[in-house]
Structure formats: structure tokens, C-alpha cells
Design a protein around this ligand. Structure first.
Ligand code: HEC
Ligand code: HEC
Ligand code: HEC
Ligand code: HEC
Length: 111
């Protein structure tokens, strides 16, 4: 049983490594040195969610405190507690989703 679990883990690691080699799949910014499995399940069957991000970033309220200087505050709006990746992609450029409908003068780092 233990042996089976171990080889499953090895296969998952090989998959993750080949994805890395194929696409240069490094996470963005401060996450660049995190292991893939910090956010992804070992077999990559499901994608990370908002809750994955909030294990480290606590809550939308905490994030809203950090961006309190921005008007409007991107972390406190009528859009509610939406998915972080609507704006912060982990493997591609960020995109300020509010401006799909508005023309706020906010630019994201690296946009
Ligand atoms: C900080 C969290 C985080 C880390 C660390 C991370 N990812 Fe991701 N990954 C995501 C999120 C979130 C998505 C969903 C698409 C997006 O928003 O970028 C994703 C999507 C992907 C995808 C799907 C393709 C795509 O762009 O949609 C692959 C493949 C992937 N990650 C591979 C990896 C590999 C390999 C590593 C390790 C080298 C890794 N990821 C590390 C969060 C992470
Ligand atoms: C394992 C913990 C961890 C997870 C999981 C994690 N982060 Fe982070 N993140 C950090 C740390 C540490 C920093 C740097 C310090 C800070 O700004 O809080 C950071 C910084 C950031 C920053 C500021 C820009 C930068 O790169 O420094 C953004 C935006 C961010 N994270 C978004 C996300 C999103 C979106 C997810 C989910 C897909 C996520 N994080 C998941 C630990 C994490
Ligand atoms: C799908 C379209 C859509 C998206 C995306 C969207 N909004 Fe809105 N927003 C609206 C509509 C519709 C109204 C109400 C009409 C109005 O008063 O402009 C509104 C009103 C507002 C208002 C009050 C009126 C104003 O313009 O000052 C603020 C502030 C606001 N949105 C912030 C945000 C923020 C922050 C985001 C991103 C987190 C966002 N919106 C994303 C459609 C959207
Ligand atoms: C509607 C777009 C949007 C969504 C959704 C969003 N953010 Fe942000 N976030 C921003 C903007 C805009 C900034 C400030 C500009 C920048 O840092 O690029 C920011 C900044 C940050 C920062 C850096 C704060 C600092 O001190 O500079 C972190 C960390 C962060 N976001 C994490 C998250 C996490 C985690 C989620 C999901 C729970 C999330 N964000 C959802 C737009 C968004």
C-alpha cells in the first residue's frame, strides 16, 4: 500500500516536471520559487481556487486593507469575493477585470 502511494507520487512529480519543462510553467512574482504542489494537486486534475490563495493571503478583508489607497478598492466591490485569477493570473499577465465595464485609472503591475 505504502509502495503504491509512493509510486503515484513519483508519477505526479514527473508530470509536474514535464509540464514545467514544456511550458516554462513557473508561477508569477513572489510565487516563483514555490513548489507546484503548493497550489496544484499532485495529479493536476483540478485547478487552484480562491481558497488556495486564501490559505496564505487570509481574506478579502485583509487584502482590501492592503489596497485601501486605490479608488475604487479592487478587493472590496459589488463583485464580491470573486476568483483571484479574474485579475491575477499565476502564469500569464495580470488583467484588471473591472475595466471590462469601467474606465478606472488603475493599472496592475506587469499588465
Ligand atoms: C501560487 C500558486 C501556483 C503555483 C505555485 C503554481 N501554479 Fe500553476 N496555476 C495556478 C493557477 C491559479 C492556475 C489557473 C490559471 C491561471 O490563472 O494562471 C494555474 C494553471 C496552471 C496550468 C494550466 C495552464 C494554464 O496556464 O491555465 C498548468 C499546466 C500549471 N498551472 C502548471 C504549474 C506548474 C508545473 C507549477 C510549478 C512549476 C505551477 N503550476 C505552480 C497557480 C499556481
Ligand atoms: C504558499 C503561500 C501562498 C499561496 C498559496 C499564494 N500566495 Fe500570493 N504571495 C505569497 C507571498 C509570501 C507573497 C509576498 C508577500 C505578500 O505580498 O504577501 C505573495 C504575493 C502575492 C501578490 C503580490 C505580487 C507579488 O507577486 O509579490 C499577489 C498579487 C498574490 N500573491 C496573489 C496570489 C494568488 C492570486 C494566489 C492563488 C492563485 C496566491 N497568491 C497564492 C504567498 C502565497
Ligand atoms: C460586468 C460589468 C461590471 C464589472 C466587471 C464591474 N462593474 Fe462596477 N458597476 C457595473 C454597473 C452596471 C454599475 C452600476 C451602474 C453605474 O452606476 O455605473 C457599477 C457600479 C460600480 C461603482 C459605483 C459607480 C461608479 O462608477 O463609481 C463602483 C465603485 C464599481 N462599480 C466598482 C467596480 C470594481 C472595483 C470592479 C472590479 C472588482 C467592478 N466595478 C467591476 C458593472 C460592472
Ligand atoms: C478585480 C481585480 C482583482 C481581484 C479579483 C483580486 N485582486 Fe488582488 N490586486 C488587484 C489590484 C488592482 C492590485 C493592486 C495593483 C497590483 O498590485 O498589481 C492588487 C494587489 C494585490 C496584492 C498586493 C497588495 C499590496 O500590498 O501591494 C495581493 C497580495 C493581492 N492583490 C492578492 C489577491 C488575492 C489573493 C485575491 C483573491 C482572494 C485577489 N488579489 C483578487 C486586483 C484584484
Amino acid at each position: 500500500m505504502l509502495k503504491k502511494t509512493f509510486s503515484a507520487a513519483l508519477i505526479a512529480l514527473a508530470l509536474a516536471t514535464s509540464a514545467h519543462a514544456a511550458g516554462g510553467m513557473k508561477a508569477a512574482g513572489s510565487h516563483a520559487n514555490l513548489a507546484c504542489t503548493t497550489c496544484h494537486t499532485p495529479t493536476m486534475q483540478t485547478m487552484p481556487t480562491r481558497d488556495t490563495c486564501l490559505t496564505c493571503h487570509e481574506s478579502y478583508d485583509k487584502l482590501a486593507e492592503r489596497t485601501a489607497k486605490l479608488t475604487p478598492n479592487p478587493h472590496a466591490s459589488h463583485r464580491g469575493a470573486q476568483n483571484c485569477t479574474s485579475c491575477h493570473s499565476m502564469h500569464a499577465k495580470p488583467r484588471f477585470e473591472c475595466n471590462d465595464c469601467h474606465t478606472f485609472n488603475i493599472k496592475m503591475k506587469g499588465e
